[in-house]
Each structure stands twice: as C-alpha cells, then as structure tokens.
Design a protein around this ligand. Structure first.
Ligand code: 4AD
Ligand code: MG
Length: 430
C-alpha cells in the first residue's frame, strides 16, 4: 500500500498498473450505474476516477456513496488499473472508501450561477480548476521574481504597512485611527525602499499596497501586491533594462514550468524578447492622435488610451518622459527638459500599465520645492527629505503590480481573478 500524502491525484494517476494506493480529495462528479459507482475525485493536481462496487466496499458504504453530494471529501484505497476511458488514463478500483466530510447539502457553485454569486461565495468557488491553476501560477511567479532578483544581488526587505505620509497622492489613502493619531495604509513601499538603499544599495520589497480608489475597472483592486525595486547609483534607463530582463525571465520560466496550464488559459502567450519598445510620452500622444484619440499634453494616460496605444505601437511598450505634472512629486526632472520627468510606465495589452518607475529626485532643495508644489507639507516628509541631507546618491526604482502581471500572463478577464479573496470598492467579504 502506497499512502499518498498531498498532491494525491497526480501520483495516483502515475502509479503502475496493479499498485495498491490510498488517495484522498473532493468529489468532482459522480455517476451511479446500478451496482457500480464512478466517482471523479479532485485535488489540486488533477482528477482521478474511482470505480466503486458494492461487493468490494460493502453495502453500507455503497449506499452512502449513492446518496453522497458533490464536493464531499473522502479517502479511497484501491488498485490502479490503466483505462484509456478514464480521465488521465487510469482508474482506481476501490477496495475501501472512507468518507471524511459529507457535504450537508448540494454544492451551491454550479454552472450558470452569476458572477456576483461566485464572488459572494468565493470561499467555495475557489475549488474550481481554473482558480487552482491561477493560484499555482501566482505562487510560481512570486518565486521566480524573487529568484531573479536574489540572483542579481537584490536584497529583500520588509516595509511597514502603517504609515503617515502618502507616496502616490492623498486622494487614494485609506485612513487608520492609530491610537488617536491619523495614520494610513501604505500605497507603496517606495519611500522606505529609498531609505533602505543607503544601507543595502539594491533592495526589493514584495508586499500589499492599498489604494482607496473607487475605479471599478478590470484592472483595479483596493488591496494588491506590489513588487518594488530600488537601486542606488542607478539611472532611469538602468531600470527599464532590469525590468525587461526580469519580466522576460519570469515569462520564459513560467511557460517552461506551467506551459500546459498557462496556454490553456492564454493560448497566445509567447516568450517576450528584450529589448522592449520605448516611446516618449510626446510620441505616444502623436501615435494616439494618428489613431483618432486626442490627449491633452500634461494629462496622464488612462486605461483606454493605454490599451489603444498598445494596439497602435505594439506591446509591451515603455512610455517614457511623462509631464512632471502628471506624476508624483518624487520623480526627477529631465535635466535637458525640466517639464518632463525621467520616468516610465510599462504597458502590456490589454491591461495597460503593469509597471511604473523611474529616477528619483536626489537633490535636497528640489525635493522640498516639489513637495510644496504638490500641495504636500514638508513636515510630513521630514525623514524622507533627510535622506537627501546625508550622502544623497542618484537612484532609481519601480513597482510592478503582481495581479496586473498575472492578468496579462493568464489572460484574465478581471484582475480579481488573480487574488484568492479580492478587495474592491464594492467587496470586502469574504
Ligand atoms: O504606478 P504606481 O502607483 O507606482 C507606485 O506605487 C510607485 N511608488 C512604485 C515604485 O516606483 N516603487 O503603482 C505601481 C504598479 C502599477 O503599475 C500597477 O501595476 C500596480 O502597481 N497598481 C495597481 N494594481 C491593482 N490595483 C490598483 N489599484 C493598482 N494601482 C497600481
Ligand atoms: Mg503608475
């Protein structure tokens, strides 16, 4: 008897003919044919067919299985039999079945129930095969980003989530009552990353970011995971090169390790070849105008414009040198043209921006000036300004939204599918 612990089903299917094994999982479907019941049992690794006969498992269990509901859990011991008609090419002929947890009623997640119902019951709907795939790919991709960064000398740091000063503008801050003082949930680890490079030079953080953003779009969450890199002595262009190398690596490795699951969800997914296209904001506006979309100089690009731009110039594409007034206070102005900043967004069709980054202001006076210009209070940013007082260095960084990246990789129709329990303006349950 081979006792299969975890990842049961795939191993059951790979066991040789005649092997006696025990497997466990949840009932995916059931078919009663007189004195024979076929149960399809699922776990995270697949689906295996269990053939159950009354004369083998006993009348009592057989009767129980006749009535048992979908998504009940059980363990089954039996003999592996190759059978081309069974899913995965093998079935288990049960010698004993042990019901672990019989469902108390019919499983509410059925074909044809609405999107809203699925989200209200996300704790149940995550049992679907597709969610299992997305969650596995999420874990893999998280590991791949870390692996690439570690391999290139970046050190992972852990930043606070409770903070006092906005990184990306006050409009999207979640307020927290911190023992009577006003605090916020972090929008980005960037400002702390900038402090950490004076200790470690090359750092990254990978943690939740919060945005009180009421945008109800296919690409916005109020809580999302952001991978943020910051590097001392690095310039704007260095970051774009880093991003394209890292992203190309992750896509390649993900295809290598989860190619079957990925291409099932996203048949047109191909490896990406650096260098990615680069286009300035000014040229992007020109391309959009040619495509019939007018954007006033100075405005940030919205989701529709970004998507259209990808169609017009190709995807992925770096859009660089945005107007200073379209971006946050910390961006370094282009010395040759101070009305634009040394920054970039990486756009991928159809989701648009998946990365935002660039070079930071390293000059003390300029930073104070920009903070004031943005309507912020320098007192709130004293520690951040201090970094320019003691051994300031040129430095750059960026942030990649994990769920947007997964949306692209898995061709998800909505970003909430990239999260186990999504948070949007309309949803904080379950
Ligand atoms: O462009 P953003 O706001 O940039 C920053 O937060 C910088 N401080 C990052 C840095 O330089 N360290 O956000 C970065 C990325 C976006 O490109 C997008 O992928 C993702 O975070 N993002 C969101 N993802 C889901 N829902 C939202 N509401 C998001 N807002 C940003
Ligand atoms: Mg951005």
């Amino acid at each position: 008897l081979t006792e299969l612990k975890g990842a049961f089903v795939r191993r059951a299917l790979k066991s040789p003919e005649g092997a006696v094994i025990r497997t466990a999982g949840w009932i995916y479907s059931k078919n009663v044919l007189g004195k024979l019941i076929f149960i399809r049992l699922r776990d995270s690794t697949g689906i295996v067919q269990i053939a159950v006969r009354a004369d083998r498992v006993g009348e009592e269990v057989f009767e129980q299985l006749k009535r048992i509901q979908q998504e009940s859990s059980l363990s089954a011991t039996g003999v592996v039999k190759r059978d081309p008609r069974a899913p995965g090419g093998a079935e288990i002929q049960a010698t004993s079945i042990n019901v672990l947890g019989a469902s108390m009623e019919a499983f509410p997640i059925r074909l044809g129930v609405g999107k809203r119902f699925l989200l209200d019951n996300r704790h149940l709907s995550i049992r679907g095969r597709r969610t299992t795939s997305v969650l596995k790919i999420r874990a893999l991709v998280s590991e791949l980003f870390r692996r690439w960064l570690r391999g290139h000398g970046y050190i992972e740091i852990h930043n606070p989530s409770l903070i006092t000063a906005a990184c990306e503008g006050g409009a999207t801050l979640f307020k927290v009552d911190y023992f009577g003082k006003r605090a916020y949930l972090t929008q980005s680890g960037q400002l702390y990353n900038e402090a950490a490079i004076t200790s470690l030079e090359r750092v990254f953080c990978f943690q939740p970011s919060f945005r009180a953003e009421v945008s109800r779009t296919m690409r916005h969450l109020t809580e999302f995971w952001q991978l943020e890199i910051e590097e001392a002595f690095a310039e704007h262009d260095d970051m774009m090169r880093l991003e394209e190398e890292m992203i190309a690596y992750v896509v390649r490795e993900a295809l290598d390790k989860k190619g079957r699951e990925l291409t099932k969800m996203n048949p047109s997914l191909r490896p990406l070849e650096p260098p990615f296209r680069r286009i300035t904001y000014d040229d992007a506006l020109g391309a959009l105008k040619g495509g019939g979309v007018d954007v006033e100089w100075g405005a940030d690009l919205g989701a529709d414009e970004e998507k259209r731009l990808c169609e017009l110039v190709g995807s992925p594409v770096f859009v660089t040198h945005y107007p200073a007034k379209a971006k946050a206070f910390y961006h370094k102005p282009d010395p040759s043209r101070p009305d634009v900043v040394l920054c970039h967004d990486l756009l991928i069709w159809p989701y648009g921006e998946i990365v935002g980054g660039g070079q930071r202001i390293d000059d003390y006076s300029l930073l104070v000036e920009k903070i004031v210009e943005s309507g912020l209070d320098p007192k709130d940013y004293q520690w951040y300004i201090d970094l320019r007082r003691y051994g300031s260095v040129p430095h750059s960084g960026f942030g990649l939204g994990l769920e947007r990246f997964l949306s692209y990789l898995c061709a998800l129709p909505h970003i909430r599918e990239a999260v186990l329990f999504p948070r949007t303006p309309a949803r904080i349950y379950p």
